[in-house]
Design a protein around this ligand. Sequence first.
Ligand SMILES: [Zn+2]
Length: 209
Amino acid sequence: MKLFLLGLLAGVLPGLSAPRVPFAPITLYMQFQQAPPDGVLQALQDEVESIMEPIGLRFEWRDLAKTGGHEVSAELAVITFKGRCDTAGLISRGKFEGALGWTHVSDGQILPFTDVSCDRVREFVGPVLLTYGTEEDREDKYGRALGRVLAHELYHIFANTTRHGTGVAKESYNVQDLLSDDFQFQARESRMLQANRPKTVVEVVTGSM
Ligand SMILES: [Zn+2]
């Protein structure tokens, strides 16, 4: 009897955490005060996708500066990267203050506008980045750190909540959170992200099966 139950659970559980039909992609419009190196941008996007993909959220990345006025997106967010987004000229002593990223709120409504401070993430993780041997490695880890900050802000927008939780949704990050090998959302916040997908999109996806 015990074996049967275990088998049944193993068969059911993957369906809970990984939706069989992915949600429609969300368009992310990016604008940079200073263009990042390709290595940073790639690592940033890879990290957001690896955090969000198991939950079922997919993204299309667009450069806001190159976007025409006639694109239609069911869901979108606009992300402004502030300051310097490269890994040259890092200093070994961090002088950190302020938020790494923030999402705009108006009259209690969360707006799909997020700012990520490249400068502050640089200052925060810079001393550790300097201990890596190659520029490639520094760009990779810095991009990943930026991706984690962005994933946190996207959680506020797409779970439509100002509250915090654990994992990527925790209120404040330490350097280890930003640079560790694995950093994910926990089950509660994953469910909130899935539950808040717009109904119309869910219906379109179901109807196409
Ligand atoms: Zn937050």
